[in-house]
Design a protein around this ligand. Sequence first.
Ligand code: ARG
Length: 276
Amino acid sequence: MNARFLLCSPDHFDVTFEINPWMTTEQRPDRPSAWRQWRALVANLRAAGAEVFSYESRPGLSDMVFPTDVAVAVGRRFLRGRFRHPERRAEAAYGAAWLIGQGYEELEWPGEPDLYLEGGDTVGFGDTIVCGTGFRTSAEAARYVGVAHGVDVVSVPLVDPRFYHLDMSFCPLDGRRAICATEAWDESGQRAVAELVPEQLVITSEEALTFCANAVVVGETIVMPACPPRVRAQLEEWGFRILVSGVSEFIKAGGGIRCMSLDLDLLRRSTAQQPA
Ligand code: ARG
């Protein structure tokens, strides 16, 4: 089965509020360059072999260009994101409507009001969902993702506000390997990932600041916002092909390629990639 992603066009993309350390309203994105980078990303994802869908952003929802956060989809079922910040909450309904329109079944949340979950904190590895907690996703919600989808969840408490979603410090490559910016995790998270992932490409926080871990893997191709030389050397030695697709305009909002590409089935590709 193909890797499938949902993107959202940058018509209304902007930095109009500051909810992570990357965002400053003093440095707004340039819309024509954002459009060029977005179109190039779509082309690169397709060149890598992915199927790409997109929907239109809405006026006033300047972060809607990061659809990864709106849902956690596994198979044909999804759990709607519950955004920590009020500025983003309205996005979830648009994402859910698109998924339902495609035939996805929506899973229910329990009644508790204090559950927060943003899709950027959920990453699939094998049959497991690895879930970052602390900045955007609450520990209880991380557990609930596993209950709702009927899969194991490994929680990774995040400690560096610059990497406020797990998908900025953790990028699974196949059934055994992942890029890991371990300094972004607390000790329990480091231990949990070490137990789960047989071969880690550990990167420094400095390397992670290039957004190199906020990448999308399609088979042997990794579509990345940037690739520091040491990281490239290891990935190429492992046989991966690297496609750098610049997204500097989006990094002004604290988001990269993985944030811009909602994986329409979080676990399928990683399970399909178990080593022979
Ligand atoms: N400005 C957005 C926010 O702070 C960026 C979202 C990044 N998404 C991600 N999956 N890391 O929520």
